[in-house]
Design a protein around this ligand. Structure first.
Ligand code: HEM
Length: 184
């Protein structure tokens, strides 16, 4: 993944546990400044090693850390140079989800090697959204749940995100997520 993800994780860990914990994570994973360049691409194994080490320091399972990181990512991206892109993507949940692929396509203009996922709103009622996620990666289910929770936070919405269905798709993933909103 792009180094931007590593920088986001570093910022999250600095916010949560401070600089000495992050210094330990860097030592444990053999990470240095060269692994934290926003516009450089690193093997996913590097990203996973950093998340696993962070989870251990947080006293969390890796899956829980992925979820917390997904939620954090939305706030991190808002404050980054991509903030205005997020604003254009939509000011409500449905518009935002419908425009996510367009948003990622504009990210790819700046980061041409990004392997971005695809999101499709399959159905919509006032209290339930069904969103299909397609990716050529696997293992990021909890990250996506955290991201969708982060988008809900951004829109001032509360509710839950659950997996409604999983489909086999060769080396990649197709998952339907149900967002249940606390709306009356
Ligand atoms: C301005 C905000 C955002 C930016 C700049 C951004 C950018 C990126 C970038 C650069 C990647 C890495 C791809 C790679 O290195 O191969 C990525 C991956 C990903 N993005 Fe976004 N993203 C943003 C918001 C979101 C949101 C709001 C969601 C979901 C609700 C999302 C879902 C994902 C997922 C799940 C991945 C992992 C790749 C995969 O599943 O295949 N992103 N994004």
């Amino acid at each position: 993944m792009y180094g931007m993800a590593h920088r986001a994780l570093r910022q999250m860990m600095l916010d949560r546990l401070g600089p000495s914990a992050w210094a330990k994570i860097e030592r444990e994973t053999n990470t240095g400044p060269a692994d934290l360049i926003s516009l450089c691409v690193y093997d996913d194994s590097k990203t996973i090693a950093l998340i696993s080490a962070s989870a251990a320091h947080l006293g969390m399972a890796v899956e829980d850390a992925l979820r917390v990181f997904g939620r954090y990512w939305v706030r991190f991206a808002e404050l980054s140079s991509f903030g205005p892109i997020m604003d254009f993507t939509g000011q409500d949940l449905v518009t935002f989800i419908n425009n996510l692929d367009r948003m990622h396509r504009s990210v790819v203009l700046a980061m041409p090697d990004a392997r971005v996922p695809s999101f499709e709103l399959l159905s919509e009622t006032r209290q339930r959204l069904l969103v299909r996620y397609r990716s050529d990666r696997s293992g990021l289910e909890m990250f996506v749940i955290g991201l969708l929770e982060g988008v809900m936070d951004r829109m001032g919405e509360t509710g839950t995100v659950d997996v409604a269905a999983r489909f086999e798709n060769g080396p990649g993933t197709v998952i339907d997520f149900a967002i249940l909103l606390d709306r009356t």
